[in-house]
Design a protein around this ligand. Structure first.
Ligand SMILES: *Cc1c(COP(=O)(O)O)cnc(C)c1O
Length: 408
């Protein structure tokens, strides 16, 4: 029986019997796993038998969450990490070698942008392109291009990448297509449908949703043929070829770097994930109403939200995503100081997080994009008055009233 999105998450823990007829996977905080027969320990170490060796490489609680993320993304395997950044960094460190080339969207989460700067220093070349058109990606490809990286809806300006055609290009050229699905979440969009080989999610955001745990995930969709990837170490070619990529990401990111998700955090994230669909529906509906309200308000000169008809990728977003999401950015009219405006908001919280149940706002140029400097900000289209809004699940009347009074 093929089940719906939420049903699958809710009943995932019960696929194998749990002691005492518990309906939730219990939290396993043990770091060590003892084997009555030492031969089993050896087999687990060699990957010849399923099991756990040492907590840095995972435990039953993180495995239960990994299985839920795989179901959400329709993937074959998922590795969870301590944060979204740890997931992204692990995927790149595991799969790239010096001299390799990566094509990335220029519209990037700020810390991913900074990570790519580090990879560049370590001998990988990164080209940044406007990924709203596949032509720019294609022009940037080189014989040594190993990966193309895009976000679904870019943060903060909400550009939507040319997801379908970039996927076709990557398949044609045998390049690993990595999609950061954080902003849409697997409820709004499955990157597998546009041929992504790897999907990354910051679990800290919508999937966890409650702002009480950090986490990240890399999911292998099973579409990329790792036999044709040059950077897989011989040690990891014992497994079935479809598992080579995620195994290497696990070994490098978890075992060698130690970017491991704690059991307590995995447990909270799994609980949050149960209501992902409900929260996304509500937050997206709030966002659409608020975007319409703000775009007709004289105090607001610009609203960037894919759900508005004047958004350049409005049609594409409507075709690909279940809703238009819950993130938008606005620019205020001249004469309204953006920090004073934020201080006048009573309900909306000034905070750098997003994907929370609560509505959050942040002045972008002065905070998350401060370090990259004015020139790169201008390239990315980030005005000094830009405010990013992550819309929550409050009652819409209360949100409208708060913005009305703060703009008055
Ligand atoms: C927040 C975010 C990340 C990083 O996730 P953390 O869990 O905060 O490390 C990566 N990509 C996008 C698009 C994000 O919004």
């Amino acid at each position: 029986m093929s089940k719906g999105f939420t049903t699958k998450i809710l009943h995932s823990d019960l696929e194998a019997p749990i002691e005492h007829f518990s309906v939730l996977k219990p939290m396993h905080t043990a770091v060590a796993f003892g084997y009555p027969d030492a031969r089993d320990l050896v087999k687990v170490f060699k990957g010849e038998q399923p099991g756990y060796a040492y907590g840095r490489q995972g435990n039953p609680t993180t495995a239960a969450l990994e299985s839920k993320i795989s179901k959400m993304e329709d993937g074959i395997a998922t590795a969870c990490f301590s944060t979204g950044m740890a997931a992204i960094a692990s995927a790149f460190i595991a799969l790239l070698r010096s001299g390799d080339h990566v094509v990335s969207s220029a519209f990037l989460f700020g810390n991913t942008n900074s990570l790519f700067g580090t990879l560049d220093q370590l001998g990988c070349d990164i080209s940044y392109v406007d990924a709203t058109s596949v032509d720019n990606v294609e022009k940037a490809l080189r014989p040594n291009t190993r990966m193309v990286f895009v976000e679904t809806i870019a943060n903060p300006r909400t550009q939507v990448a040319d997801l379908v055609r970039i996927g076709e290009l990557c398949v044609r050229r045998g390049i690993v297509y990595v999609v950061d699905n954080t902003m849409t979440s697997p409820y709004l969009f499955r990157p597998k449908q546009v041929r992504a080989g790897l999907v990354v999610n910051s679990l800290t955001k919508y999937i966890g949703g409650h702002g009480n745990a950090l986490g990240g995930a890399v999911t292998d969709t099973g579409l990329y043929d790792w036999k044709s990837y040059p950077n897989i170490y011989d040690n990891y070619k014992n497994a079935k070829p479809e598992n080579w990529g995620i195994l290497q990401i696990r070994k490098k990111g978890l075992r060698d770097v130690g970017a491991t998700l704690a059991a307590e955090a995995a447990h909270r994230l799994a609980q949050g994930a149960e209501t992902l669909a409900l929260r996304m529906e509500r937050a997206s509906e709030n966002a659409l109403q608020l975007a319409r309200f703000l775009s007709s308000h004289p105090g607001v000169t610009k609203v960037y939200y894919p759900g508005l008809e004047d958004h350049p990728q409005h049609r594409l977003a409507g075709e690909l995503f279940r809703t238009y999401g819950a993130l938008m950015s606005i620019e205020l009219a001249d004469g309204i100081d953006c920090l004073d405006f934020l201080n006048r908001l009573q309900l909306v919280i000034s905070s750098s997080h997003l994907g929370d149940n609560r509505t959050l706002a942040i002045p972008v140029a002065q905070t998350i994009y401060w370090e990259m400097g004015a020139a790169r900000r201008a390239e990315m289209g980030i005005a000094d008055s830009l405010i990013r809004l992550s819309i929550g699940i409050e009652d819409i009347e209360d949100l409208l009233a708060d913005f009305t009074q703060a703009l008055a």
